[in-house]
Design a binder for this molecule. Structure first.
Ligand SMILES: [Zn+2]
Ligand SMILES: [Zn+2]
Length: 265
């Protein structure tokens, strides 16, 4: 079964020509999941002709604007398109407090419901569980409550027969270097980990609770993941090949994330 990741944006908070803020669509177990929704997410989805009829669930890592400013416009557009499937948003409880008045004001009489699921980013717990997969939170280290997400296929007969391990995808953004997460993501097939800075900006990484590309790669190495994709690049770093080169010093199987790109996982 196809597993794909489409990166809509892998820039950080400051807008650049090259990168949109955070947003990605994960296709797994015949479902689509939107992970973070920075400004412009719906425009990029449109440019890529993303089909969203099967997209019912949105996961928001934290409430910094570069991860959620795109929500109200996307939800409003779906209303104008007479969408009928309800949308489930998994996020810190404050998102509902902030977004509900905007929905009430701008999106009256919509043809579908927006259902909020409050998550506690400090906890490691299952927040989504259906027939085919689970999603578990991974507490991260950032200036506001933030969690990553582990998407994990449930074991099926095909796994038992072939000895194959159920697939795991991990999203970790935004976070300072936090080796304590390694136990939660051990052996994952693919890890997307933020790499906001190069080593030159190590002090800024510590101060703002972000990671360098090298630190992201250290996490990938410690966890023994199959593949690392780095993103959330700072506008300060012009030559993005430095991210890749510094990450490769620690972990070989690393991909420099790119906007508007689909990866087969
Ligand atoms: Zn961010
Ligand atoms: Zn942030």
């Amino acid at each position: 079964m196809n597993k794909k990741l489409t990166i809509l944006g892998c820039g950080s908070a400051m807008p650049t020509i090259q990168n949109n803020p955070s947003g990605q669509i994960l296709e797994m177990c015949d479902k689509l999941f939107l992970i973070d929704c920075g400004e412009g997410t719906q425009n990029t989805m449109r440019q890529l002709a993303c089909r969203t009829a099967r997209l019912y669930s949105i996961f928001i890592s934290h409430l910094h604007g570069d991860h959620c400013f795109g929500l109200i416009s996307l939800l409003s557009t779906w209303g104008m398109m007479n969408r009928t499937q309800d949308v489930h948003i998994y996020a810190h409880k404050d998102l509902e407090t902030l977004l509900r008045p905007l929905l009430d004001y701008h999106c009256q009489g919509m043809s579908y419901q927006v259902i909020f699921h409050h998550i506690d980013p400090k906890k490691h717990e299952v927040i989504f569980d259906d027939r085919t997969l689970t999603v578990t939170t991974i507490p991260l280290r950032h200036s506001v409550p933030t969690c990553g997400f582990l998407f994990e296929e449930k074991p099926r007969r095909v796994h038992r027969e072939t000895g194959l391990k159920p697939f795991q995808y991990v999203y970790c953004s935004d976070t300072g270097y936090k080796p304590a997460i390694v136990k939660y993501i051990q052996g994952a097939d693919v890890l997307y980990h933020e790499a906001t800075y190069t080593e030159e900006y190590r002090e800024a990484a510590d101060k703002y609770q972000h990671s360098t590309a090298k630190q992201a790669a250290k996490i990938a190495k410690k966890a023994g993941v199959g593949k690392l994709i780095i993103g959330h690049f700072s506008a300060r770093v012009i030559d993005q090949s430095i991210f890749l080169n510094e990450a490769k010093e620690e972990f070989d199987n690393v991909i420099l994330g790119q906007d508007k790109t689909t990866y087969t996982l």
